[in-house]
Design a protein around this ligand. Structure first.
Ligand SMILES: [Zn+2]
Length: 333
């Protein structure tokens, strides 16, 4: 027979208590006038500040006050209104509220902001229309992902740390997912480009939580970029004579006939930065003098620039200029 002892009951109660959301140790202002409840934490904060910074909270509080208790029953917690944020994680809301209440907590010029904080702030600032905070987060992300081929070559090639040195590829995929979910179109072409420069296994490791449509756009655009890149590489031998033609050859014009590419197949990868002019010439072009090699490198860069200009269209976006204009528009809004 199964008899519940006093000990069992006490254990059960303790477990239930542990599952209950707890008061957040920093974000519990005794003179606050609203309690926000999440799965993990309770926050006692100030309505006025939330209303001033967020259109969604302002409307929510106004609705609560104007209902006059007739149709909407306002839940209360120790004498102040209780608002339950059903779909939000307690940790994420804690990042949001700390960013709002403590200016030292979040600074968009700090490259060491942890990625999970950046993503939580993007997600919740868009959801609740904290416009100034949203602009700061978008500014921070766009600083790390500039829309220029030269900058992106450097960032990807040197594996510059992004957001507290976490795995650069994973950071890109998680940011793409967050920007797609929140509809920040201005960031999408550069994030799609960044995420297409990786092995497909890496994409699918992170893809479990990714929106299916964004995954489709990524894979399709990645294919187009690989085709364009492979075409550039395959055409290098036939372009060589023309690429050398106008250089001041240090071997009295011998390079036109003597120089040749070797092992070009190694450049057929999803990594667009592998095709950089200087590196291609350095590692794959033989028997070319310094001037001819430099002339070839410039020609390759020009062709890479032509591909770069088309990259947004591979993912269904008009172009870099339009993406930049959207970014400026967002910042000025
Ligand atoms: Zn030469």
């Amino acid at each position: 027979m199964n008899v519940e002892t006093e000990e069992d009951r006490r254990g059960k109660r303790r477990r239930e208590d542990q599952d209950e959301p707890q008061r957040h140790e920093v974000l519990w202002f005794t003179d606050g006038n609203v309690v926000l409840a999440t799965d993990k934490y309770l926050f006692k904060v100030f309505k006025g500040i939330l209303s001033m910074l967020s259109a969604v909270f302002r409307d929510m509080f106004e609705l609560g006050e104007s209902s006059g208790g007739e149709s909407v029953v306002q839940e209360m917690y120790e004498g102040v209104p209780l608002v339950t944020l059903v779909d939000d994680q307690g940790e994420d809301v804690a990042h949001l509220l700390r960013a709002l209440y403590d200016h030292r907590y979040y600074n968009c010029y700090n490259d060491k902001t942890p990625l999970n904080v950046v993503i939580a702030l993007l997600d919740l600032s868009v959801k609740y229309e904290f416009k100034d905070l949203m602009k700061d987060v978008v500014k921070q992300i766009s600083r790390q992902f500039p829309m220029s081929l030269r900058d992106m070559d450097r960032i990807i090639c040197e594996e510059e740390p992004l957001f507290q040195r976490i795995d650069q590829e994973k950071a890109g995929l998680l940011l793409l997912q967050a920007a797609y979910k929140t509809g920040i179109d201005a960031l999408l072409p550069i994030l799609f480009f960044f995420c297409s420069n990786m092995h497909v296994d890496k994409i699918f490791q992170t893809a479990q939580s990714m929106d299916l449509e964004s995954l489709r756009i990524l894979i399709k655009g990645r294919d187009e970029l690989i085709f364009a890149s492979c075409k550039l590489v395959s055409n290098l031998p036939q372009d060589l004579k023309a690429d050398i033609k106008n250089s001041e050859c240090l071997k009295d014009g011998l390079c036109v006939n003597e120089s040749r590419y070797l092992h070009l197949d190694e450049l057929n990868t999803p990594y667009f930065h592998y095709t950089q002019g200087k590196e291609t010439v350095k590692f794959y072009l033989s028997f070319a003098c310094k001037n001819c090699a430099s002339s070839v490198a410039k020609s390759i860069e020009k062709r890479r620039g032509d591909i770069w200009a088309k990259i947004p269209s591979y993912f269904g976006y008009p172009g870099w200029e339009e993406a930049n204009a959207k970014l400026e528009e967002l910042m000025d809004s």
